[in-house]
Ligand binder design. Structure first.
Ligand code: FAD
Ligand code: 2HG
Ligand code: ZN
Length: 521
């Protein structure tokens, strides 16, 4: 028998087969870093919070260096006023704070090349920065590294409407690319909550995942080519725009996910899929994680090629969004929630599939309640409940963030385990689990009013040991950055780490590019 809530779940008519659905309706919200900073200007210096990390043997910045930078960029693109530089020293979640005295804003590859050559000759350490939305402390300096921001490298170079290949500079904001593409009948193959601020170069450098990975795969597949500048200023042209190119070593992969430690990405060629003609989103309530798992598996089987996202949230997570951001839960209260999206080229076909799937999930009792949307504003509303979780959690104060890959069977076990472990700590506010269940990627988040060493020590290295025991990964999508260098060995063999060190030495022998990040000491 169907639940009495079933009527809410049916996709009722009005499907959008006639006109293409544009993705530009998705919330256009630049993340407000500076507002957060004003509220709490006292983010502890990384050098103070992590005294075990020592400054490398790099030169100190002098007026002579500044004069050189000004000779290339002019005074207006060489920021030295501490008030202007401060926002570039602190990351979005206010976890780390560096002490850089200069931010450089090149516009061209040639300018990046001249800056890096000079920094290398002068042994000045450098921190490449995109939209500064990274969540592992990789995007800001640890000490006084020179910050090279890609914010003015924001030109779209070309779009081949036959192949769907977009070529652009690294500093293009993801959402700006999405808007541009939607006018030409394409979408970006990746989408994430930070889209209003993050840069495509930052996305490539972190190998960002997000909510479309399930459908379009990782950037190692969709990025066809990159142009990058090595530490010594040499421009490496791997900007192929071919879907297939098997000539020699696939060097572009070195820059995808290396978090600014091997080169500064200046241009990207990326394969963009056509805009789907019909999109449906279902927001579902479920009773247990077991039901979440069953539903995600049957969604993959029954929705097949039209399934484009499969996300889950527990009730503690949803509470962060409803309480802290004032968003309304559109269905009743449940221990777990899922957000499923279908997108395809035939609305009637997709709706029929979705309805059949929901009908069977409700009759089996795996799904208790839900709502479905196919009009843009309602779709946007439902997506906010998932996409704004990171923002909702930041409102609690401090957030300990973990993005781990786990076998599906054990996907959620760590959440109650961790909550139990932290129960006695007075600073502990919230322990929640959510994420990209379709990709086996859990976001475990723990909040407190402020950073607390005892709480930190209760969580780490326990969380990494747990992950490693289950043969998971200590970073599914955010990367290693500054925060996880000590823990990378939980997911990488000694032989792999040795090879990473060798590659680093080859491309950046003086170690000027994003020191203290990714590679363990
Ligand atoms: P930054 O934060 O500026 O830099 C990130 C790293 O890349 C740093 O190590 C930096 O040195 C390096 N870097 C940046 N630009 C370059 C360049 N041109 N060349 C070389 N190195 C460079 N991540 C996901 O994977 N999936 C998500 O779903 C997701 N959702 C998020 C939601 C929110 C609200 C927030 C705040 C973050 C989210 N993130 C997510 C994390 C973050 O947005 C991504 O890691 C993103 O790809 C970072 O891009 P950025 O331009 O902000 O890079
Ligand atoms: C997401 O999927 C992002 O929303 C952020 O990767 C995850 O805040 C987090 O921990
Ligand atoms: Zn994520």
């Amino acid at each position: 028998m169907l639940s009495r809530n079933f009527f809410r779940l049916l996709v009722r008519g009005a499907h959008q087969t006639k006109s293409a659905v544009s993705f530009s309706y998705i919330a256009s919200r630049k993340l407000h870093k500076s507002v957060c900073l004003q509220k709490n200007p006292q983010v502890e210096l990384t050098a103070v919070r992590y005294p075990e990390v020592k400054r490398g043997n790099y030169s100190e910045l002098t007026d002579r260096h500044i004069k050189f930078f000004e000779s290339i960029l002019g005074k207006d693109r060489t920021l030295t006023d501490p008030a202007d530089v401060e926002a570039y020293n602190v990351d979005w979640i206010k976890m780390v704070r560096g002490q850089s005295r200069v931010v450089l804003k090149p516009k061209t590859t040639e300018e990046v090349s001249a800056i890096l050559k000079y920094c290398n000759d002068e042994t000045l350490a450098v921190c490449p920065q995109g939209g500064n939305t990274g969540l592992v402390g990789g995007s800001v300096p640890v000490f006084d590294e020179v910050i090279i921001s890609t914010s003015l490298m924001n030109q779209i170079i070309s779009l081949d409407e036959l192949s769907g290949v977009l070529i652009c500079q690294a500093g293009c904001v993801l959402e700006a690319l999405e808007t541009y593409l939607s006018e030409h009948g394409f979408i970006m193959p990746l989408d994430l909550g930070a889209k209003g601020s993050c840069h495509i170069g930052g996305n490539v450098s972190t190998n960002a995942g997000g909510i479309r990975l399930l459908r379009y795969g990782s950037l190692h597949g969709s990025v066809l080519g990159v142009e990058a500048v090595k530490a010594n200023g040499e421009v490496i042209d791997c900007l192929s725009s071919l879907k297939k190119d098997n000539t020699g070593y696939h060097l572009k992969h070195l820059f995808i996910g290396s978090e600014g430690t091997l080169g500064l990405v200046t241009k990207v060629a990326i394969h963009c899929p056509p805009s789907p003609k019909a999109v449906n989103v279902a927001f579902l309530g479920l009773n247990s994680f077991d039901d979440v798992l069953k539903t995600s598996i049957s969604a993959r089987r029954k929705l097949g090629e039209v399934l484009s996202s499969c996300e889950m949230l527990d009730h503690v997570t949803l509470d962060a969004v409803t309480s802290n951001l004032n968003l309304r839960n559109p269905i009743g209260e449940h221990p777990f929630y899922m957000l499923l999206e279908t997108s395809g080229s035939n609305g009637e076909h997709d709706e029929a599939k979705l309805n059949a799937f929901l009908e069977s999930s409700m009759s089996s009792g795996e799904v208790l309640d839900g709502t479905v949307a196919n009009e843009p504003s309602r779709i946007q509303y439902l997506w906010q409940l998932r996409e704004r979780v990171a923002e909702g959690l930041v409102h609690d104060g401090y957030v300990f963030k973990y993005d781990i890959s786990l076998p599906l069977k054990e996907f959620y076990t760590i959440v109650p385990k961790m909550a139990e472990r932290l129960a006695g700590n007075k600073k502990f506010l919230r322990c929640c689990g959510y994420g990209h269940i379709g990709d086996g990627n859990l976001h475990l988040n723990i909040t407190s009013k402020e950073f607390d060493h005892d709480l930190h020590n209760l969580i780490e290295p326990f969380v990494f040991e747990w992950t490693s025991k289950l043969k998971g990964s200590v970073s599914a999508e955010h990367g290693i950055g500054f925060k996880k260098t000590k823990f990378i060995h939980y997911s990488k063999s000694d032989s792999s780490l040795n090879m990473m060190h060798d590659i680093k030495k080859l491309l950046d022998p003086k170690g000027i590019l994003n020191p203290y990040k990714v590679l363990p000491k």
